[in-house]
Design a binder for this molecule. Structure first.
Ligand code: NAD
Length: 490
């Protein structure tokens, strides 16, 4: 049984915590490892912060061109070990191997963009703002930064932050989700090979107590969080009250609108992949599928596509959808389906009580389609985070925009159409941070911020790209006077 250790001050060490929780393969219920989980993880946090504070003194002074060199090595190592890491993601998180490989590719792209930090960190200079006076801005690192990650992208989400933070001269502590701690344990096995000085990066396992210790530690200067909205709001408030810089990405309930002029064949496949990819456990998973006007046989086509999706253990390459993360999650999703029925909805395709041959103990839910939900009901507004599509029929684009803009979340909104004018209107008026036009998962590439509005994001600067550089640096303005008269003649 693998008992997980922390990576602090350049070496692996046992946690000070005596309590552990099991890390479970969601397809088989096999216990894959044991992760520290309890109040004594606060001591681990204190040790990691101390090492990170010490390391910051020298690391922040290393020229940026030198600070990015380890990232080139990291890219190479991640590529060499991609298959092994992808299998670990699938084993502890449940998604298919193709999804795990894709997620890792997105992680690597963030490392590549962060290699451009010497350019991205450049700043502004105004010569002669007054006689003999120049003014300029420099970007300096903050100090110790911490990241708290969710379960659904164990290999990717830490990379929205880690490579940028260290390239900017900060030191970085990661707390992965206690449900999927094996992936980052493996990745830190690579990170320890890239010649970073000890203390620059740390891995600390745990749950709420570990998080609270990070939020309260006076020497942690910035918190990057990704997870559900309730926790995001809590993280934002507590960290901000403690004077920290915070970016907290939250949950979602993503609408997709299909107009009568959409290419139906193309749209159906893309939408089904968005709803059911990662078993619906993506913050950019489509959830409310809104047809406007007459869309012919789209309902039948969506039904066929959902019904035929192969569900099973993700390590089997033939599978198109894996299990949800835990038995609690399965019970929660199924009870939300019950609730939808109670609210007056109909189940067009029922994925509850799924039994997968050979994996009878797994947390499987097959693709589900609901329709006829009341628009003022709770289910239509609640993040389900499972393979459930709700079909909604509306009459106009304006009605669809009203529905979208009345929702509490603002992570993503998508439109399927062949009309440029409607697309333009939609992208302008939909209140969401990520917009897809004929796209089902509008995931920003690494050079763009991973946006998010309303209850889907608390803060100002998002992860990835230039936003990450701004988040992980503080600006200093220098005004300098060098009067002409002082110049010496040589
Ligand atoms: P979660 O909020 O349960 O957990 C996220 C992290 O917070 C974990 O590391 C966990 O240990 C910690 N945590 C949990 N409860 C806590 C508490 N009471 N106090 C302090 N820390 C706590 O989220 P999850 O279930 O791991 O992930 C799924 C959620 O994340 C979904 O809502 C999904 O939409 C969201 N998500 C959002 C984005 C985005 O970019 N907006 C990306 C991925 C996932």
């Amino acid at each position: 049984m693998k008992v997980l250790e922390n990576y602090i001050n350049g070496s692996w060490s046992a946690s000070k915590e005596n309590n552990y929780r099991d890390v479970i393969n969601p397809a088989t219920q096999e216990v894959l490892g044991r992760v520290p989980y309890g109040t004594h993880t606060a001591t681990d946090v204190a040790n990691a912060v101390e090492a990170a504070s010490q390391a910051f003194k020298a690391w922040s002074q290393v020229p940026v061109m030198k600070r990015v060199q380890p990232l080139y090595k990291l890219k190479q190592l991640l590529e060499e070990h991609a298959e092994d890491i992808a299998r670990t993601i699938t084993t502890e998180c449940g998604k298919t191997l193709a999804e795990s490989r894709g997620e890792l590719q997105r992680a690597i792209e963030n490392v590549e963009v962060a290699c451009g930090t010497p350019m991205l960190i450049q700043s502004e200079f105004s010569e002669n703002i007054a006689g003999g006076i120049d003014e300029f801005m420099i970007r300096q690192p903050l100090g110790v930064c911490a990241c708290i990650a969710p379960f659904n992208f164990p290999g990717m989400i830490p990379f929205w932050f880690l490579p940028y933070a260290i390239a900017c001269g900060n030191t970085f502590i990661l707390k992965p989700s206690e449900k999927v701690p094996l992936t980052m344990t493996k990745v830190f096995g690579l990170l320890e090979q890239i010649d970073l000085p000890k203390g620059v990066i740390s891995l600390v396992h745990g749950g709420k107590e570990t998080v609270d210790a990070l939020l309260d530690h006076p020497e942690v200067r910035a918190i990057s969080f990704v997870g559900s909205s309730n926790i995001a709001r809590y993280i934002y408030s507590r960290a901000a009250a403690n004077g920290k810089r915070v970016q907290a990405q939250g949950g979602a309930k993503n609408p997709v609108v299909i107009l009568p002029d959409a290419d139906i064949d193309m749209s159906v496949q893309i939408i089904a992949d968005s709803v059911y990819g990662c078993a619906g456990q993506r913050c950019l998973a489509a959830s409310n599928i809104i047809t406007v006007g007459d869309n012919g046989n789209i309902k039948d086509a969506l039904y066929e596509s959902a019904k035929n999706r192969k569900t099973g253990f993700g390590l089997d390459e033939k599978m198109e959808m894996g299990p949800v993360i835990s038995m609690e999650s399965r019970v929660r999703v199924e009870s939300l389906i019950d609730k939808a029925i109670h609210e007056g909805g109909k189940v067009l395709l029922d994925g509850r009580n799924a039994k997968i041959d050979g994996f009878e103990q797994g947390n499987f839910i097959r693709p589900t389609i609901l329709e006829g939900l009341p628009l003022q009901g709770e289910t239509v507004r609640t993040e389900i985070f499972g393979p459930v599509m709700s079909l909604i029929e509306l009459n106009t684009v304006d009605e669809a925009l009203d529905f979208i803009n009345n929702g509490q979340y603002g992570n993503m909104a998508c439109l399927f159409t062949s009309s440029g004018a409607n697309a333009r209107k939609f992208r302008s008026l939909a209140n969401a941070g990520n917009i897809g036009i004929n796209i089902g998962v509008a995931a920003p590439m690494a050079q763009f911020p991973f946006s998010g509005w309303k209850e889907s994001f608390f803060g100002d600067l998002h992860g990835q790209g230039r936003h990450a550089i701004e988040f992980f640096t503080q600006t200093k303005i220098v005004v300098e006077r060098w009067p002409k008269e002082w110049s010496r003649k040589f």
